[in-house]
Ligand binder design. Sequence first.
Ligand code: MN
Length: 222
Amino acid sequence: MRDTGIGIAPEHIAKLFQPFVQVDSALNRQYEGTGLGLALVKRIVELHGGQVGLTSEVGVGSCFTIDLPYVLAPSATPVLPPPNVLNTEQRQPDPSSIPLILLVEDNEDNIVTVAGYLEVQGYRLLLARNGQEAIDWLQTQCPDMILMDIQMPGMDGLEAIRRIRHDLSLGQVPIIALTALAMEGDRDRCLAAGANDYLSKPVKLKQLAATISRFLEPPQTG
Ligand code: MN
């Protein structure tokens, strides 16, 4: 997962994965969170025998990677299929045919939940933490769908949706707004701004899956 965020200094990378540690612990910091998300990710990945990697540059962005060991399940059937099957059906899918989803969200817990789910489903993923970062991604990337949080620091989701619909030549990329349950009437504001649909937060994965499937074919796995 790659972002174009504030980046992380080398001396902060080691403590990034410790629980309840925020690199910026000032009371007026711009980015909220409990400091548990990355610690949980690391713990879960390591329990599966994998590891979490991170490269980052301050002011440029960060790239998180997760390596998980792939173990073939024991099987009664022969390991190798007949050669003709091997040649036609074992081909890797073309990466550009896998749907690309831009997730725009500032809340760390929601990022872990939604991004984790989408990656398990096999989607390719871009992450932005406010509207401006989303616009920046769209200068070079053409996602097949955008999941847009509404309340974010800097440029909020409504403004970002309006700019995407008016300024950018993205055609009719589906935009799903993510809104807090308490915000009655926000559904109409999201749709008026140009969103195709909305999901109430906290996002339930079943509803997320159902909504995505109305706009996108799921990735071909295997
Ligand atoms: Mn938010």
